[in-house]
Design a protein around this ligand. Structure first.
Ligand code: ADP
Ligand code: MG
Ligand code: MG
Length: 255
């Protein structure tokens, strides 16, 4: 079993206005085999949490810790985090001009495993996963995220998830901008990845819709950089009916 432990995490970001605190003490434990949903209104710090786990240089951890099986994740480079078994699907994935999907995946797999996958089994795996995600073969020759539609970007993230086989995956708004059919295909991909290995999932979302397809064991509500409520799947049902209003103080400015 692998455990990602986030302890009393405080994170700031540099803006024109100076140093702004975004996360104000987030504590969370994710074990392999578990699916956690983090839900919250816009601007509550969900992506900041994802970026901090991934090691984005814009975000400064001022106190608290993130460990993976006791190893200090915050002391690891971005590459080391991936090799340790962490995977992040971004809300806004970046373009990589001149790098095709197929080369990108193979390079990432080689970096993570420490050796190149055997060509025959790798080609077979890529084809099978692309077929499962209803992706055209031609997609493999396109440059990463260049001109990808919203749905293609999300499918490409899940293709990586299926092929790279991390221990813990952080999926930031993997549901945003997807129609129901694409949402189902992407969710099935996550569920396949969960079935194949003992994947732990941190599913970040504003809406409850994706939770009909990917069932969380635990639901955490984040508001203003703090987890304000935790529960099981029933908490998501409550949020679907009641929204976030009851968590937000009446006098606070909300986007
Ligand atoms: P969420 O993903 O929940 O919508 P974010 O983590 O993206 O929230 O943002 C939380 C708050 O931090 C917002 O007020 C946002 O404007 C601010 N913020 C996040 N990242 C940056 C950044 N790189 N530069 C400036 N402000 C940021
Ligand atoms: Mg947002
Ligand atoms: Mg976000």
């Amino acid at each position: 079993m692998t455990v990602l432990e986030i302890r009393d995490l405080h994170v700031t970001v540099e803006t024109d206005a100076g140093t702004t605190p975004i996360l104000n003490g987030v504590t969370l434990t994710i074990r392999t085999g578990e699916t956690h949903a983090i839900m919250g209104p816009n601007g509550s710090g969900k992506s900041t949490l994802a970026y901090t786990i991934a090691g984005h240089p814009k975000y400064t951890v001022t106190s608290g810790s993130i460990t993976l099986d006791g190893e200090d994740v915050l002391a690891m480079t971005v590459d080391e985090r991936a090799r340790a078994g962490l995977f992040l699907a971004m809300q806004y994935p970046v373009e990589i001009p001149g790098v095709t999907v197929t080369n990108f995946l193979r390079t990432a797999k080689t970096a993570i495993d420490g050796e190149a996958p055997s060509i025959r089994s790798w080609t077979k795996d890529v084809k099978a996963s692309m077929k499962d995600l209803r992706m055209d073969d031609k997609f493999a020759q396109r440059n990463v995220n260049e001109g990808f539609s919203g749905g293609e970007k999300k499918r490409h993230e899940i293709l990586q998830l299926e092929l790279l086989q991390p221990k813990i995956a952080v999926l930031d708004e993997t549901d945003s901008g997807l129609d129901v059919d694409a949402l189902k295909i992407v969710s099935e991909g996550v569920n396949r990845a969960k079935g194949k290995s003992d994947l732990g999932v941190l599913l970040i979302t504003h809406y409850t819709r994706i939770l009909r397809y990917i069932h969380p064991d635990f639901v955490h509500v984040i508001v203003a950089g703090r987890i304000v409520e935790e529960g099981g799947p029933e908490l998501a049902d409550r949020l679907e009916n009641e929204g976030y209003d009851r968590f937000i103080p009446a006098d606070s400015p909300v986007e």
